[in-house]
Ligand binder design. Structure first.
Ligand code: HEM
Length: 323
């Protein structure tokens, strides 16, 4: 240290301080909005108790926010005359739960005007909703700021399509700083929720263009899906995790192992040595503590992707519009 010039020391100190200032923290709003946790929990709980199916919707919303321009609430922005928003692009079709975020934001604004970002509200509401349906708890460090843009092009480039193969999935997740373990663990989110037929009808009706089904799928499962979904069906939806779509458990891994993964991306997890091993070792019956613990780690990691902090971005007044 004694060899360093004073200017160098100042520079290093500056770097250290600015890195520190941009960290998320659990107590970020302890002074500016001490009742935040309770407001989010209570408002989210009101919705989930009436419609528990909104819990998976909020989790998916948080994921789709984080993968496009980072967890900056950009998924919540509406299209304008000059800009097509992320939410209106194909990979974001069927996103639900926006009304919950709007309600939480309204309640938070009443108590702490212009203090809490929509990105933080979405991250908290997703966690609280999953906890309410008896899913895992994860920490949500706070201090994200809201982005000022929403890019349809970025949405198409960053949200995985159900037809992705394992290499595309691993590469996309790695580009977000997420590991192959995060990929398989977070795919475990498909233990809850619904899926519209349009996402997989090609897979069961015309996989190679010859009127056939994907042969990697369990034939009984294909038959059941065909009974539920017509070829050009755009309205019907099925259970994401057949037989257990309301319960946050490890039944998803059991189904993928039995070749009952609904999307090609679910089945593709059997094509990589690591993800296959994870699926096999988490396919037992009973409460899977390790999956819950792993999920908590991966969700906290996902919630940090590309966050805007400090003076970047803004704190939106209304989540669907920039200030
Ligand atoms: C690995 C690539 C992934 C692909 C291709 C994918 C694709 C999809 C698709 C097509 C749906 C059906 C949506 C609908 O029809 O309403 C869906 C549902 C869902 N996804 Fe994913 N997903 C992926 C990963 C993830 C991750 C990482 C998470 C969470 C961290 C997640 C959470 C969910 C949830 C909870 C649902 C149910 C939504 C609802 O019930 O409204 N997915 N996903």
């Amino acid at each position: 240290m004694s060899d360093l010039k004073p200017s160098m020391v100042f520079f290093l100190l500056f770097i250290l301080l600015s890195v520190d200032a941009h960290k998320l923290s659990l107590d970020f709003y302890s002074k500016t909005c001490p009742s935040l946790a309770k407001i989010v929990r209570d408002t989210t709980a009101r919705y989930i108790s009436i419609a528990p199916s909104l819990a998976p919707a909020l989790l998916r919303l948080h994921f789709h926010d984080c993968f496009v321009l980072g967890c900056d609430g950009s998924i919540l922005l509406n299209s304008t005359r000059n800009n097509l928003a992320e939410k209106d692009m194909i990979p974001n079709q069927h996103l639900r739960g926006f009304q919950v975020i709007d309600a939480v934001k309204l309640a938070v604004e009443k108590k702490c005007p212009r203090k809490v970002s929509c990105a933080d509200i979405l991250a908290l509401a997703a966690r609280d909703a999953i906890l309410q349906i008896k899913g895992p708890f994860w920490n949500v460090p706070l201090g994200r700021r809201d982005g000022r843009k929403s890019s349809a092009k970025q949405a198409s480039a960053n949200i995985p399509l159900p037809s992705f193969n394992i290499t595309q999935l691993v590469t996309l997740f790695a580009s977000k700083g997420l590991s192959t373990k995060d990929l398989v663990v977070l795919s475990g989110s498909h233990t809850i929720g619904i899926c519209h037929c349009s996402w997989f009808t090609t897979r069961i009706y015309n996989f190679t263009g010859r009127g056939d089904a994907d042969t990697t799928m369990n034939p009984n499962y294909v038959a059941a899906l065909k009974r539920a979904c017509q070829l050009n069906d755009k309205k019907t939806y099925v259970e994401m995790d057949p037989g257990s779509f309301r319960d946050f458990d490890n039944s998803y891994f059991r189904n993928v192992k039995k070749r009952k993964g609904l999307l090609q991306t679910d089945s593709a997890l059997m094509n990589n040595a690591y993800t296959k091993r994870y699926i096999q070792s988490h396919s037992f019956y009973g409460f899977d503590n390790t999956f819950f613990d792993d999920f908590a780690v991966s969700m906290e990691k996902m919630g940090r992707i590309g966050v805007l902090t400090g003076t970047s971005g803004e704190v939106r007044k209304v989540c669907s519009f920039v200030n």
